[in-house]
Design a protein around this ligand. Structure first.
Ligand code: S3P
Length: 172
């Protein structure tokens, strides 16, 4: 099976959907942020604070390239991963890119209250989400093979939508 790569903004549900989808497909689940945390022994927010965003992006690209070499995986990547063209190329080599889309209000609700996301540790996180989304939305749409609006869906509903869509992409 080709990899199923979940892309989209922070709070889109990539990790929750990815874990469940991987179980359904009997494939392994890889979350590139978790892999980076495991390997460095640091949380993403510590990497940002101690080494800066560029250092994180470098680790992210290395990790994306490495995981893209294998097949039969569900891969969730961080919300900024597909902004680098080299990451997109690597992920597309063995994978289908599924954009989990959600409205601004939903993304805000799903991300507020956690301190795991350094880019949203700002005085007005909602405005920051809006600003980043306006920059990124076009990229997500453009690189995606499949787009699913998750705003009104539960995790199991998104999982079955993704299964249906990848089935249509690869009939039989
Ligand atoms: C980022 C998203 C985060 C993480 C990092 C940067 C981004 O992952 O990679 O904080 O640039 O959107 P999630 O999308 O899983 O929250």
């Amino acid at each position: 099976m080709r990899n199923v790569v979940l892309i989209g903004f922070m709070g889109a549900g990539k990790t929750a959907v990815g874990k469940s989808l991987a179980q359904h497909l009997s494939s392994s689940f890889i979350d590139t942020d978790h892999l980076i945390e495991k390997r460095t022994g640091k949380q993403i927010k510590e990497i940002f604070a101690e080494q800066g965003e560029e250092a994180f992006r470098k680790l992210e690209t290395e990790t994306v390239k490495e995981v893209s070499e294998k097949e039969d995986q569900v891969i969730a990547v961080g919300g900024g991963a597909v902004l680098r063209e080299e990451n997109v190329q690597a992920l597309k080599k063995n994978g289908v890119l599924v954009y989990l889309k959600a409205d601004l209000a939903i993304l805000f609700e799903r991300t507020k209250g956690t301190q795991k996301r350094p880019l949203l540790e700002v005085p007005s996180p909602k405005e920051e989400i809006e600003r980043l989304l306006s920059i990124r939305e076009g990229v997500y749409q453009e690189v995606a093979d499949i787009i699913i609006d998750t705003s009104a869906l539960s995790v199991p509903e998104v999982v079955s939508e993704v299964e249906g869509e990848i089935g249509r992409e690869n009939p039989g």
